[in-house]
Write a protein that binds this ligand. Sequence first.
Ligand code: ATP
Length: 896
Amino acid sequence: MQWHTLAPNDVAKEAHTDLAKGLTTEEAKKRLKRFGYNELKEAKKQSALIVFLNQFRDFMVLVLLAATIISGFLGEYVDAIAIIVIVIMNAFLGFFQERRAEKSLEALKQLSAPQATVLRDGEWMKIHSQELVVGDVIKFTSGDRIGADVRLIDAKGLEIEESALTGESVPTAKLATPLANENTAIGDLHNMAFMGTLVTRGSGVGVVIATGMKTAMGQIANLLQEAETVTTPLQRKLEQLGKILIIVALLLTVLVVIVGVIQGHELYEMFLAGVSLAVAAIPEGLPAIVTIALALGVQRMIKKNAIVRKLPAVETLGCASVICSDKTGTMTENMMTVTNIWASGRMWTVSGTGLELKGEFYENERPINIKKEAVLQQLLTFSVLCNSSQIKEKEHRRYIDGDPTEGALLVAAAKAGLTKAQLESEFTVEQEFPFDSERKMMTVIVKDKSGRRWIITKGAPDVLLEISGHIWWNGRTQPMTADWRKTVQHVIHAMAGKALRTIAVAYRPLTAKEPIPSEKEAEKGLTLMGIQGMIDPPRPEVKKAVQQCKEAGIKTVMITGDHLLTAKAIAKQLGILPPKGKIMDGPTLSRLSVDELEEVVDDIYVFARVSPEHKLKIVKALQRRGHVVAMTGDGVNDAPAIKAADIGVAMGKSGTDVAKEAASLVLLDDNFATIQSAIHEGRNIYENIRKFIRYLLASNVGEILVMLFAMLLALPLPLVPIQILWVNLVTDGLPAMALGLDRAEENVMRRRPRHPKEGVFSRGLGWKIVSRGVIIGIVTLAAFMTVYERSGNNLAYAQTVAFATLVMAQLIHVFDCRCERSIFDRNPLGNMYLVWAVLLSLLLVLVVIYYPPLQRVFHTVSVELLDWILIVGLAALPTFLFAGSFLTRKSRTNML
Ligand code: ATP
């Protein structure tokens, strides 16, 4: 089909759709069923069986299996079968952990799936791009990624960057008119837009003509390689650490075996014990548990409206030392209401809040009759004509379809009885140059019924003042003298000083014959008409969030396109600007180099009247000062700064696709406070990872040392191989995972941010692991020796007691790991997952100690009740020793 040659109506006919109403939901469903989802096929994933079998790929597990089979042949059936069963159980544990991790990551991917704005049943709505079908009418604006191949039926200043398809990175201007037949190369199809390409400017509407693998992208992509899994810095560090730990564990095991053999143990016996020890001591579950902790943390963040798009961001969040945040919508409600209007030297105030269309106009606090105020009416009329938003209603709820700033202007005009529908019947818009944050203005060219034409521009008053040669005074134009300029500036300052966001309107008449000027030509030589000031109240929760960030050693910086005084007033209300804090404006920022900015950046808390490209400079200067920077943004031009920041943050509601793609964190509610809770969660996740590393490694050190000490002291084996394996299975699995689900300690947001280069074992973790491991080894051996001697060398009994002590010591230690300081700092029942995990582990140990059929398998005997006092006492001893030493240290420091 030569879609590009057809007129829009024929496109609709061929695609069986209605340009005014789109498809019906029912028809769309039918088409979706018939033609499938609008997605590119991905390479197949690993099957569950492969993931399961991969669990056996570990070298030591294979050695263990081989050793077991040999022992089976030597007649030790029970041992052999039991060991194999444990190995399989271990594989299942690994398998479920890995699957769980993968599923969570998959769910995350789904959440950040792209969306499209589609016309269905006559209403514009947002759906997942996946659900687009041929015939759908979709619209897009700058920053959107096109969801399917479309034939354009409307294009307003539309430019699309198609490098994904053509390799050409300069955006192509698009239009909606039919083309001649011969233009068939993708780069020449100027009235079509293709899946995966990017709108860099303007806006457009198009009819979907191909989806999924039938799109131009689908045809070249064939089979997309599965996106590579991203690992976080910590995961990579742990991978390296894992390798070192394997070597250390193996060396120690070999040492155990050699010493054992020298002391007279049989080589065969020592070999199996050694291999079991190696399997137990190697923390093979660590990577999967880290992934689960990361993924579960990420899910907790989703509940708080923060979506992590890139897993490494979870860790970086904990290091953030500066948050640079947009003001409008992120720190404020983005619910604007015009309260003040100035024109011709007169100031009116307007009553009414929000989207209420009723309100009174006052001058000098006295109500006025708006019908008699031609000046005011003219200003309001122009601000409605130069406006691409609309007031709409759905299910009895009024909302603004478009920009809230423009919405406020519409509402103010409606209060004077001027509606967009009515004005659009009187005027036609010949051209529109959309708003962008760079120019800080927008322009339309309109014509009324009698053929009179105007250029109307609205935008930041200080910018409009620069390009206005005249001022409108009581219906007449006067040259803009220095005095007039001062008067206008005075008004701007007065409004901005009250935290009002200001918008000015200016115009220039055009003769009937003048051709439509370019954007540059249109936006000069204007006549300034008046200024409207609107309030945008701060979000109530932001002040507290800013305060909490401050306590956590994180500086908040406000970045806004608004006027300096508006920004200052709001920054003060929110507690962002300290008494000696400085403000910098865009023009000053432009003049400074990154080096110069670096010198002063630490003192600046507010950047006002900035353009998006300034943000990159700010990020760079802060990073050079050694900061870890979070930067928010929503538009196309924000993307470079979002990418360059350590944590790029995009707005979920108002953000463009480009900003979201560049970001590592997306705020579903566009709210500053959400960044603060994400940082809180990020710190917590990192702490949880440290908790179970501490737990797992201390346990493993304990396991190895109890064997090593026994061999050195020429004692019999304190644990048989199968007991070692059982300890590993019971203690490594559930309790470690439960630690990953722990809540943050109270003081987590009262510490300074973590240094990004900080090692895993910093802040005393390495010492805690080794010292605790040594003591667990010692108490286990002590229990073994005491009972061995007392019972007249009853080896099976002594081994059972050692087994019980080792497990108990680990299950008590797991509660220690919840706190950086002492176990007594936190309620042990604070993490019920952990309590249940520990109880279950305990049960699994009691079963093998007391259930006769399992006693045979595990070489255990029933332990007398009184001996549990010895077991629990010794197992709990390390906790009291450490807590005691902590408390004495604390009281000593208190005394000092
Ligand atoms: P922040 O960075 O805090 O979100 P902002 O994004 O609102 O601020 P911009 O949108 O760049 O900043 O707006 C800068 C200025 O441009 C505003 O102060 C206002 O004067 C003007 N402005 C904003 N929106 C429009 C619009 N739709 N049409 C014309 N002018 C606008």
